[in-house]
Ligand binder design. Structure first.
Ligand SMILES: C[S@@+](CC[C@H](N)C(=O)[O-])C[C@H]1O[C@@H](n2cnc3c(N)ncnc32)[C@H](O)[C@@H]1O
Length: 279
């Protein structure tokens, strides 16, 4: 039975329509939406219905079923949750700077090459934090070939990340000196990632559920706060594919509420949500 709030709504979302939307989200993103996410789905998609001047969710589902690629992209962009921040889960970046980079200086001395993947990079704060850690260690790596690949399913957040523009409040938890060194004050209350940071990063739109147009190997993969939205079987497939792009001792960083326990045995836990490839 629908509540009075639901019946006064601008649009009705029936059980069947919600079920079909969940199925499509799962099919196109890997995201397994719980029954409890009905309000979230409604509020994210209602904007699309208004924008397209549609009258019902049934019409919207018809549009998606017609295979309209542009709308499928808008649909997945609307559903993804893009919460992120600079130096989120700060211990990962301390470990990167204090332990991983000194170790890579020795291990990769012959190739003088470092490859890091930020998988599910959202608006770019994660790859820029990695780039800052690298630039601040650059004295070790003069003349090295260093690249960060930063990918996300959501085309809008990738465009934002690529532009590298951030409102001043995004830097509240970053030391002023760091912010001033790595972000230029391009206009009122906006700072832009410096060319030194941007030069290290390649941004690409990529659905982790699809084929990956690269072979690795990656010295480190950051896949943080992404798989939390996937079911365990999808996580198993994903981490197995990531393991195939890494050599022994390469590293995997995952989100604070995520774990590889009973999901993937190709990595060994070596720190808080930090894994080393073993098999
Ligand atoms: C909560 S954000 C995490 C951002 C960053 N890694 C962090 O920890 O701060 C999750 C990101 O995963 C992306 N994502 C969700 N499903 C995806 C998929 N199938 N392929 C690629 N990215 C996906 C979302 O678009 C979103 O930007």
């Amino acid at each position: 039975m629908q509540s009075s709030a639901a019946s006064e709504r601008e649009f009705q979302l029936s059980d069947g329509e919600f079920g079909e939307l969940r199925r499509l989200v799962r099919e196109h993103t890997g995201i397994a939406l719980a029954e409890s996410k009905r309000e979230l789905v409604y509020s994210r998609l209602v904007r699309r219905l208004r924008r397209l001047s549609l009258r019902t969710f049934a019409e919207y589902l018809e549009l998606l079923a017609s295979g309209e690629a542009a709308e499928l992209e808008q649909f997945t962009n609307a559903i993804t949750t893009n919460l992120t921040s600079f130096f989120r889960e700060g211990h990962h970046f301390e470990f990167l700077a204090d332990t991983v980079l000194p170790a890579l200086e020795k291990r990769n001395a012959a190739t003088r090459r470092i490859r890091i993947w930020s998988a599910g990079c959202s608006t770019g704060e994660e790859p820029y934090s990695i780039a800052i850690a690298l630039q601040e260690s650059m004295a070790r790596f003069r003349g090295w070939d260093i690249r960060i690949l930063a990918t996300d399913l959501d085309s809008q957040v990738v465009a934002h990340a690529q532009a590298g523009d951030y409102k001043a409040e995004r830097f509240e938890k970053m030391a002023d000196a760091r912010c001033e060194r790595w972000f230029e004050n391009t206009r009122a209350a906006v700072r832009t990632a410096s060319p030194a940071l941007k030069s290290l990063i390649t941004f690409r739109q990529l659905n982790l559920m699809h084929q990956w147009p690269f072979k690795g190997p990656f010295d480190a993969i950051f896949c943080r706060n992404v798989v939390i939205y996937f079911d365990k079987d999808t996580q198993r497939v994903l981490f197995e594919r990531m393991a195939q792009l890494q050599r022994a001792d390469d590293l995997l960083f995952i989100g604070h509420s995520e774990s590889l326990f009973k999901v993937c045995d190709r990595y060994q836990l070596i720190g808080k949500t930090i894994y080393r490839k073993v098999l």
